[in-house]
Design a protein around this ligand. Sequence first.
Ligand code: HEC
Ligand code: HEC
Ligand code: HEC
Length: 491
Amino acid sequence: MRLQYFSAAACLLIGGLASSTTALSDEPQEQLVERGRYIAQATDCIACHIGPDGTPYAGGQANRTPLGDIVAPNISSSEEYGIGSYSLSDLTRVLREGKAPGGKHLYPAMPYPSYQGMMDEDIEALYAYLQSVPAVDRAPEAETDLSFPFNVRLSMTVWNAINLGEYAPPEGLDDREARGQYIVDHMAHCGTCHTPRDDMMGSDYDQYLGGAQLGRWYAPNITSDDTSGIGAWSHQQLADYLKHGQAGYLAQAAGPMGEAVHHSLQYLTEDDRMAIAAYLKAVPAISDEKQQHAVFDPELGVPLAQLEPVVIKATDYRSDELEENGLKSNDIEEPSSPEGLYAQHCAACHRDDGMGQPDSHYASLKGNTTVRSANPRNLIAVVLEGISYNGATPRPLMPGFEGKLDDQEVADIANFVRTEFGEHSSSNIEEDDVAYIASGKQPTSTLIRFAPVLAWAGVLIILLLIVGGIWTWRRRRHQRSHTESRPEAHS
Ligand code: HEC
Ligand code: HEC
Ligand code: HEC
């Protein structure tokens, strides 16, 4: 008995030593943790695992998916509520296979299909860092609650078998582009937002980085196409956008992109941001036939840069600013016309000619990618929600107008801004379009929509087969005993 305990303990000890020697490189712990902090920022774990009150890694935020809300858990170093008791191989399995300790299958709302390509040494550093973050000793209040069949986690084995393939990057990338590809695909998971999903909610790699809906927002085409994508951006403009959430006076990062810049991309090294830029330029172009004129026209940034600077310096919006700046709403001839609505609600910051005040960071609407895009979703989303994050440069934010403007007014302003400043020959956004975009609804594939019916039908068929099987078996047995008993009766 004693010997057994002893050998078990010895095994544990040797096992522990073996795993710690194989796990830990010669890198001093402090350096490993620091490197891990960088990996955690680049992979943006905090974006989803932050608590609703802003506590890092406390969990509790719901990821909206067409299947329902999937809540990100506590991943702080708490042993009871977080991942404090994880081993390095536990974390590796979560990131590579989407499996939590105990074999629980995770949903791909946790982007393991991207993280699966992370290098061993990066996972090791990330592990060291996550074990060093303060423990949050409480469970998130919200819980994942999906309906049948999506609540059967085992079904993810089938999903993984079909969807866990990786994107095959173009051949012949140089070292910098290859580093960019690694960050884009496996760390910053740009494709989880910018690549559309197929019928099974896996990534549609034929449309890699070609643009996808994200609730109210739209993550635009960032392939190398000159008209629809980022082909016309310079490397430096791309790197600036990732750092500051702003590029060449012409593009701002709002919504989920603003968050990615705020939590993650601004902290990358300039080398890594330039590597991302180099890689995006090498991504095969996808063109959107609806996009008639270039989304990004660098020429338009030049006159903006020469504009007279600073009209308003206030960083928070007061409607009386309109008066201070001579845009008295009672001077506006038709306050309820699209032009009048724009003058009342937008012109104080973006000027009546739409040129904004670039030097004081009030975005120009002329030349702005969101305004020039054929897809009006982000324009409507930004008017509803405003902009609540900056990148590395402190600058004014934009207030949201949800509840202050009705759907028709938002539609009128959007149509005005698009035709006046965005080179659209016409724009026909209607009240209902605004309501639909505001709802954040996403078209779901027939497969997903009918999955519950199909699953229940499957259950019914299995039940019928079982009942039928039992019935046939009993009938056969009955018949056999009948024929077996017959000769006896005769003899
Ligand atoms: C896009 C949102 C998102 C990002 C980014 C994200 N996660 Fe998650 N994570 C989730 C969600 C949602 C779940 C819960 C999935 C489920 O219930 O199946 C989860 C689950 C987990 C779990 C499983 C915990 C358990 O034991 O059940 C771990 C560990 C984890 N994430 C770690 C990480 C790490 C480390 C990173 C950064 C490298 C990260 N996550 C980035 C959304 C995210
Ligand atoms: C959480 C989702 C999300 C992630 C992750 C994400 N993006 Fe975005 N991205 C968006 C959204 C939404 C927009 C539109 C923002 C806007 O219009 O203000 C956007 C806009 C952009 C734009 C500007 C396009 C234009 O025409 O104005 C670029 C460039 C970009 N993203 C690159 C990237 C890169 C590179 C990564 C990875 C390093 C990345 N994004 C990761 C959601 C995301
Ligand atoms: C209080 C000032 C203020 C008001 C009022 C305001 N905005 Fe903005 N807006 C800003 C600022 C500041 C930015 C740029 C934020 C940044 O640099 O990240 C911005 C950015 C934008 C963008 C670019 C978003 C992107 O994704 O590229 C659009 C489009 C926009 N505003 C439209 C409007 C419209 C339409 C109105 C009126 C309904 C309006 N704004 C009212 C301050 C304002």
